[in-house]
Design a binder for this molecule. Structure first.
Ligand code: GAR
Length: 204
């Protein structure tokens, strides 16, 4: 078995969190693992271009084209095994994974969520919707969470969180950007290194 910790990043959209991971690897913040593969469920995701620009292998697995969740997960598991992936990072990945996948990679899948869990999380809370809900509720502080992924959406053990203040006049778009900049792009690379380091130590 290789001693290298191989990391796969799963994406669906713009990929600014993927970019933060790429930048962190280049800056030596992520040093216990290697970004080895980027998988997208969406062939139009700009995240794929970011991966290609960084020289990272990309794979598209389209749930609709394959005929549904089971076939999607079959292909996903086969791809992860073929690429000898040790750690999976969900970075703006908009497909919910079932227990079959989360059990196969228990405490080996991380997700970044744009709120302070347990607020504004679970099924239906993704992307801009999370920030719309936080503003509608009137909370004064929000933030981001990186957690392990289990079969409960946004329900796994929390690894890191960072708070972000809400300001007068915030729109969902302005708030989303601030939460990314001040929280997500900081804590996702750090949590990835923390977990990659633990996996590396177990391999040695
Ligand atoms: C990020 O804000 C991420 O936290 C969120 O989607 C955005 C993806 O942006 N994820 C979720 O809502 C998951 N429940 P990105 O593609 O630029 O990284």
């Amino acid at each position: 078995m290789s001693r290298e910790v191989r990391i796969a990043v799963l994406v669906s959209g713009g990929g600014t969190n993927l970019q933060a991971l790429i930048d962190a690897q280049q800056a030596g913040i992520i040093k216990s693992g290697t970004l080895s593969l980027v998988i997208s469920n969406n062939e139009g995701a700009y995240a794929l271009t970011r991966a290609q620009n960084a020289g990272i292998k990309t794979v598209v697995i389209n749930k609709k084209a394959l005929g549904g969740q089971t076939a999607f997960e079959d292909r996903l598991l086969a791809t992860l095994a073929a690429e000898q992936i040790d750690l999976i990072v969900l970075a703006g990945f908009m497909v919910i994974l079932t227990k079959r996948v989360t059990d196969a990679y228990a405490e080996r899948i991380l997700n970044v969520h744009p709120s302070l869990i347990p607020s504004f999380c679970g099924e239906g809370f993704y992307g801009l919707r999370v920030h719309e809900a936080a503003l509608a509720y009137g909370v004064k502080v929000t933030g981001a969470t990186v957690h392990f992924v289990n079969e409960i959406p946004d329900g796994g053990r929390i690894i890191l969180q960072r708070a972000v203040e809400i300001r007068e006049g915030d729109t969902p778009e302005i708030l989303q950007r601030r939460v990314m900049q001040e929280a997500e792009w900081q804590i996702l690379p750090r949590a990835t290194e923390l977990v990659a380091k633990e996996i590396k130590e177990k391999k040695e």
